[in-house]
Design a binder for this molecule. Structure first.
Ligand SMILES: *Cc1c(COP(=O)(O)O)cnc(C)c1O
Length: 433
């Protein structure tokens, strides 16, 4: 469970009053709860303690160095999808031999870097990639560890942009071709077959798609263990989180209807353990959202209230460049004022950002209270796929990030300045003078 709560109408993160943090660091501001991250990680660890396993946190969900450092200290491995992510993990004190390298488009440069650093495994997506890894490993005089990502053709029942386990998605290789591609890998001299992997999608709310995928793969995994003496089976990530909830007793009931409660780690483990334990393999988990998602919020300040005959618009200083999930995935983030705010007697309102796009909104036709310019709001559960997807669109500097641990807070990313915006361009102006 996370550590954001209302105390007499004021929103806290652990022992830290968020209003004070917003005033100190300015907005837009991402704030993370260190205890929540630790709690999420340890609960997943505990749930799978009967198994030989490794949790490889999916770096793409949030790659801040200080957060990676704290996860490395907890013993986490890492699921990376680029050379840049491996670089970050190493800079943060993570170990390459606890990293799995996923992704459909690994470049030669990334593959070489990952082999040199000694990653635990490449999760491979097609024959061509096997050939490239084999060739690069050969020139380096090494054997590269590989697993094949299998696409189990199951419906994860999530938003179509984050569903990855159906045949029409670009990810993985169908079970019908799995045997053939493993035999091919076995014939390539500079590869070492180390495991098998699958990942069906993200924000998966029920257990059924996970069970379906694993059950479909099990016979093949058993066969592969005999034929190629693999070490591990990675069941990927994808466990969903709550995006709207009661922060204090008496909170509205509407959220429960529209936002079903996802499975817990404990339920997930209870269902998976009987299937996975008999395999006698090391089991890898690649959770991103379920570790960091509910551990972060985005704090924003109201800049303007605009009314037209049709609508009230509450305009804030964060936009789709800071948090793109509503625009990209039609995602919902619960909005909580940092201080008690009276209800608004009038119509429903839109909560929008300053970016010049009609898609730049956080809520539409929502029951927002009587907000005034200067008021602060928190967009809840913004820890995953939040800051990492931010951009400079509209020449907006990237937000600052703060980590709260108990009553202490640490700046973990400086707010960018206007100067930062032009850093890679300004010296190049000289060539036109
Ligand atoms: C994105 C991704 C994950 C993490 O997904 P979450 O939904 O954040 O848990 C894990 N494995 C792979 C291969 C991914 O692409």
């Amino acid at each position: 469970m996370h550590r954001f709560y209302l105390r007499e109408g004021t929103l806290y993160c652990e022992e830290q009053d968020l209003f004070e943090l917003a005033a100190q660091y300015g907005t837009p501001l991402y704030v993370y709860s260190a205890s929540t991250i630790r709690d999420n990680f340890r609960r997943l660890e505990a749930a799978f303690s009967p198994l030989n396993h490794l949790i490889c946190y999916a770096v793409k969900a949030n790659s801040n160095l200080s957060l990676l450092h704290s996860l490395a200290k907890l013993g986490s491995g890492f699921d990376i999808v680029s050379g840049g992510e491996l670089y970050r993990v190493l800079q943060a004190g993570g170990q390459a031999d606890r990293c799995v390298f996923a992704g459909v488009g690994k470049t030669r440069q990334e593959i070489q870097y990952a082999i040199e650093q000694g990653v635990y495994c490449f999760n491979v997506e097609c024959e061509g990639e096997l050939e490239t890894i084999n060739e690069i490993a050969g020139t380096l005089g090494k054997k590269a560890p590989i697993a094949i990502r299998i696409n189990p053709d199951v419906d994860a029942r999530t938003h179509r942009y984050i569903s990855t386990g159906k045949t029409h998605n670009k990810f993985g290789i169908g079970l019908d071709r799995a045997g053939e591609i493993y035999s091919y890998a076995a014939r390539l001299p500079n590869l070492q077959i180390r495991g098998i992997q699958t990942h069906i999608g993200s924000q998966v709310l029920s257990i059924q798609p996970f069970l379906e995928a694993i059950q479909k793969l099990l016979p093949f995994v058993k066969q592969l263990k005999e034929d190629s003496s693999i070490e591990f089976f990675s069941v990927g990530g994808g466990v969903g989180i709550v995006y709207a909830e009661a922060l204090e007793s008496g909170s509205p009931e509407w959220w429960q209807k529209t936002h079903p409660t996802p499975i817990t780690f404990e339920e997930y483990a209870a269902e998976l353990l009987p299937l996975l334990a008999p395999l006698g393999l090391k089991i890898l988990f690649e959770p991103g959202r379920s570790i960091i998602g509910n551990a972060g919020v985005l704090i924003t300040q109201v800049v303007q209230i605009k009314k037209n005959p049709a609508k009230r618009f509450v305009i804030v200083d964060s936009g789709m460049n800071d948090l793109i999930r509503p625009a990209l995935y039609e995602a919902f983030h619960q909005v909580v004022p940092l201080k008690p705010t009276p209800p608004h007697p009038g119509d429903l309102a839109d909560l929008v950002g300053p970016v010049c796009e009609s898609g730049d909104f956080f809520l539409q036709d929502a029951k927002l209270p009587d907000l005034k310019p200067g008021d602060y709001l928190a967009l809840m559960s913004a820890g995953a796929y939040g800051f990492v997807m931010s951009s400079h669109y509209n020449s907006r500097p990237l937000a600052a990030e703060v980590l709260v641990d108990g009553s202490r807070s640490f700046l973990i990313r400086e707010r960018e300045s206007w100067k930062d915006l032009i850093r890679a361009e300004s010296a190049l102006l000289a060539q036109f003078q």
